[in-house]
Design a protein around this ligand. Structure first.
Ligand SMILES: [Zn+2]
Length: 437
């Protein structure tokens, strides 16, 4: 593998949307001899088989079958999410006024709205086109700055720095795409798709789209000694990248008893309730089909498999912010660059418990890595992850972990270069391990 930090920056820059993240993941899996398995096929699996499936373009499950039946060997699963907060284009987006052409957008997830101001923004996503027999979906990425949401000059809001910026999502977030009379978005989509030589179409062929904004500035290593990564979508493409690298690396190691699985979900940032989010049947169905596909008629196969399974939910963790350290629990202040964080919450916003946190700490211990711990202040709310949702959906014991970061949910986030490799190493050792957990 190339330098994992450089590789992560590429992965992020090639993944402006969940659909592109899945497509990039598929490319990497195919290069490692993973093959697509159709949801409409009857599955017939043998030890060592490497397979992946994509659901609704934004979610992906990849697995390598173990030496024994999953009913005997169980599953070791890494979960993460492909989506990040951003601004999504409304179905009828074109608005003219005051000499400008603007786009109507809707915030997706808990975006830090102000972080989208004065950025060089582009658009990417997918377009559904009229097809010969049925509609077809194509990915699109304008890959150049075409949008900007300008800040209001200080002269027109003199008290801003004292009073703070108040943004109304409807009124203040519409990006400028050109001057009045610019082509409609549908026309732009058509000319862009034509220019990318994908298709011969006209604007009547655009049936629908899922388009979102992103910052075109490339991801970089920063800090006086290269300590940091500045990039968009670190939450949670960094964990997708770590899980994929762990699985691809493990797939060339000798087989384990258990079946190795990575699941990357869309829609975590909006609560996971969707046809391919963590609250969907996606993972449970894949696991059940792995059991039946290995050996049909296995008595109580899925229940036996689940009882022997473990899931690591990998999602980024809050590092202590030096300018707001009082907002962090005094004894639980993860620092960027000091390694993986185990996340705990007594009220099950994180799924970790003594057994699963101990399991992860044990994996770290064997690699000489000391995990950090995160608990939110008792008087502050707590975020959540796919961990408790998949745990509730499948009954699989689960631990919530992640690398420390700052600027979570900003258009441009910040994490540590020294944390990239240890997380991959711990996840890899989880997947290749032979010992019963
Ligand atoms: Zn996240």
């Amino acid at each position: 593998m190339s330098d994992p930090v450089v590789d992560l920056l590429h992965f992020i820059d090639r993944s402006p949307t969940p659909y592109h993240a899945v497509a990039e993941s598929v490319d990497r899996l195919r290069a490692a001899d993973f093959r697509a398995i159709g949801e409409g096929e009857v599955w017939d699996l043998a030890p060592g088989d490497r397979r992946y499936l994509v659901r609704h373009e934004g979610s992906l499950v990849a697995f390598q079958v173990g030496e024994t039946s999953p009913a005997e060997g169980g599953f070791r699963i890494i979960g993460a999410h492909t989506d990040s907060p951003n601004l999504r284009v409304k179905p009828r987006p074109d608005v003219d006024g005051n000499g400008y052409r603007q786009l109507g957008v809707e915030p997706y997830g808990g975006a830090l709205l102000h972080s989208w101001l004065d950025r060089d923004l582009s658009l990417a996503g997918r377009v559904t086109l009229r097809g010969a027999s049925e509609p077809r979906s194509v990915l699109i990425d304008f890959a150049r700055p075409i949008l900007r949401i300008p800040n209001l000059a200080i002269h027109l809001q003199r008290e801003l720095n004292k009073e703070g910026l108040k943004l109304n999502a409807q009124q203040h977030m519409a990006p400028i795409i050109g001057l009045e009379g610019s082509p409609d978005l549908r026309e732009l989509l058509v000319s862009e798709l034509r220019a990318q030589n994908q298709v011969e179409i006209d604007s009547g062929d655009v049936l629908a789209f899922d388009l979102m904004t992103y910052d075109v500035q490339p991801s970089v290593v920063s800090g006086v000694r290269g300590e940091f990564i500045h990039a968009p979508r670190i939450d949670n493409l960094a964990s997708c990248h770590a899980g994929l690298n762990a699985l691809i690396g493990a797939s060339s190691a000798s087989l384990s008893q258990h079946t190795r699985v990575v699941v990357l979900y869309d829609h975590e940032e909006v609560g996971s309730r969707s046809a391919n989010g963590a609250a969907s049947p996606l993972l449970a169905e894949v696991l059940e089909r792995c059991v039946c596909g290995f050996k049909s008629g296995e008595p109580q196969g899925i229940e036996r498999a689940l009882s022997r399974s473990t899931l690591i939910s990998a999602d980024m963790a809050h590092a202590v912010h030096p300018n707001y350290s009082d907002l962090h629990e005094p004894e639980h202040r993860p620092v960027v660059g000091r390694g993986p964080v185990i996340k705990s919450n007594a009220n099950q916003s994180y799924a970790s418990d003594a057994q699963t946190a101990g399991l992860f700490a044990g994996l770290c211990d064997r690699l000489g890595i000391e995990p950090q711990h995160f608990v939110s202040r008792s008087d502050l709310g707590c975020g959540s992850t796919i961990g408790p949702i998949t745990a509730a959906r499948t009954g699989i014991r689960t631990v919530d972990v992640g690398n420390p970061m700052l600027s979570m949910h900003s258009c441009r986030e910040m994490a540590g270069t020294a944390d990239v490799e240890p997380m991959i190493a711990v996840l890899h050792s989880f997947l290749v391990g032979q010992a019963r957990l």
